[in-house]
Design a protein around this ligand. Structure first.
Ligand code: AKG
Ligand code: FE2
Length: 286
């Protein structure tokens, strides 16, 4: 089994992101090493590994060390390995991930994280950015934090996914309707407490959050416009330039991310394993 004293952690910004080296994710990793990776994830929110030769089976085995895996209701999968979602972008299927979002917040228990592996890259471009939602929370004024802490927001599958928007994907009308019926809107706290670190994090996003409960429509829209702009501030963000075989592992409970849509007409293929999480909790009263 691989030992844990080889892991080297290099932070990429002061708010978010670190490069981990000295580890091969396809190995049979010890519980200690998995524990070290989890600690690095909790501290840096998104961690990167380079030059990983990771089959879909090895990728899902690694991700499953952190929790049960989610199977996406719409996106394409690797044949025989439904836990590995395929993001295959080319001229007939441009990325739809070029908006800031947190993954799959339209379910009661959104993912704790995801492991994304670069399979085929364009010669240049196709970076991915992550933003720290604990840093975004901390940068708000105390009165704004207090106001947001009492609120819940609606996260809605149908707000994000429309039949027209799926033109380039493999999902047909019937699959869409079934997925929509199975995913009614859910409520999550606007500020959630991270279940492992106890830190407060902003938990609304431009893709799935349709409105803030209890506010008038125009109030909700104005507040979401402000928050959706706030989360993009460069002080909270790391931008990752992919290299062949690189892996990103992010904590989906306290980050947002977006793909940079600048690589067409080249093709870009990524594999994602998505790890289920717990039900987001309000900030405990101090
Ligand atoms: O393609 C990317 O860089 C990111 C895609 C994405 O949003 C995801 O894998 O969850
Ligand atoms: Fe995503």
């Amino acid at each position: 089994m691989a030992r844990s004293n080889v892991l080297e952690v290099t932070p990429l910004t002061s708010a978010i992101g670190a490069l981990l080296s000295g580890i091969n994710l396809a190995d049979d990793l010890s519980d200690d090493l998995i524990g070290d990776i989890r600690q690095a994830l909790l501290k840096h929110q998104v961690i990167f590994f380079e030059n990983q030769d990771l089959s879909p089976k090895a990728q899902s085995a690694f991700a499953a060390r952190f929790g049960d895996l989610h199977v996406h209701p719409l996106y394409g999968k690797v044949d025989g390995n439904p836990e590995i979602m395929v993001i295959d972008n080319h001229v007939d299927n441009p990325t739809d991930n070029n908006f800031w979002h947190t993954d799959v917040t339209f379910i009661e228990t959104p993912p704790m994280g995801a492991v994304l592996h670069a399979r085929q890259l364009p010669p240049v471009g196709g970076d991915t950015m992550w933003s720290s939602m604990t840093a975004a929370y901390k940068a708000l004024s105390r009165p704004m934090q207090t106001f947001l802490e009492g609120l819940e927001a609606v996260h809605d599958f149908a707000y994000a996914f429309t039949p027209q928007g799926l033109a380039g994907s493999q999902a047909g009308a019937e699959q869409y309707e079934k997925a929509r019926r199975e995913h009614p809107p859910v409520l999550h706290p606007v500020i959630r407490t991270h279940p492992e670190t106890g830190e407060p994090a902003l938990f609304v996003n431009s893709v799935f959050t349709s409105r803030i409960k209890g506010l008038r429509g125009e109030e909700s829209r104005a507040l979401m416009t402000f928050l959706n702009a706030h989360v993009q501030k460069p002080e909270f963000v790391v931008r990752w330039r992919w290299t062949p075989g690189a892996v990103a592992f992010w904590d989906n409970r306290c980050t947002q991310h977006r793909a940079v849509d600048d690589f067409l007409p080249h093709r870009r293929v990524m594999h994602r394993a998505t790890i289920l999480g717990d039900k987001p909790a309000f900030r405990a009263a101090a």
